[in-house]
Design a protein around this ligand. Sequence first.
Ligand code: XIL
Length: 335
Amino acid sequence: EETLRSIAASKDLFFGAATATSRLMKDRAYADLVGRECDALVAEYEMKQRWIQSGGPDTFNFRESDWLYQFARRYDMKVRGHTLIWHIAMTDWLKQELEEKPDEQKHIVGYIEKVAGRYKGRTHSWDVANECVAPEDGGKDGMRTDSPWYKAFGETFIDTAFHAARATDPDAVLVYNDYGIEMQDGMLQGKWYGNRRRAVLDLMERLKTRNVPVDALGLQSHLRVFGAKHFDQEVLRDFLQKIVDMGYKLMVTELEIRNFPGPDDTPTRDENVAAITKAYLDVLLDFKETLGIVTWGLSSRYNWINPEWEKKPPEGYDLRNLPFDKELQKTAMWT
Ligand code: XIL
């Protein structure tokens, strides 16, 4: 039987999904599906600093991530480490320490040695730094200048993190990961988004110039059916060409097609999702530098939806934004 995993393998790619370990632990049918369809696994939140160090600066909780690596091993899957440095999922005490007595050695190098060190040699790739550009905020060089990391150390916190990751786990693919790279300039949730590609390109160029060991650009790829025009194939292609010309590999790290109830919520929405997926992946898969594809979730039985950012779909509504629906049946996106 064909699976996304087997199809990807036949094209020398990996296919994976992000999932919460608790889902894998409790839902047998879902866990079987993940094991069958995926050859790469990502912890949805259990490998973020806010989870690992929730107990304080001197405690590291690896229970869930250890379990995830074991699960992956049982099914012969790769694990993608997500994510070492991110301004969102950090504990309050870390935020405070970064404000009061920032210490690159402790907060970046020490942390990476501990986390990446534990899974050294068993991790396909690390999302070393996540979401560092925010041209929509108007800061210097298109960077997210109001991030606690940037405020504490300036842009070179990224350099420090990549050097530490390379030194700790030399065989892992090191990824700079960001969102909205594909997106066309426009309004989204009442805010003007523009120049995200420019900002990412400039950053990747500066990192190259400074000899920072970045191997790949991760495109999160949270696409959407309604609202902002998400991408233009030719614009995206030009951008990716510039990235690979600098020597970088590519990865789709968090694909989903947001498909909220909306004005054109017709029976064809599965087809819309599938068509967007195809148009997007057609561009990405034209590049031999694309290493693999990961979806953010595998089945819409479990979805990451932040009700603060998007209106919550009605109770029982199947978002159908992923390759499998709530009943674990294939959607058109799978095809
Ligand atoms: C999200 C998870 O899905 C949520 O469960 C968690 O509470 C917050 O993070 N971009 C990323 C991911 O890089 O880490 C985010 O995951 C989704 C957006």
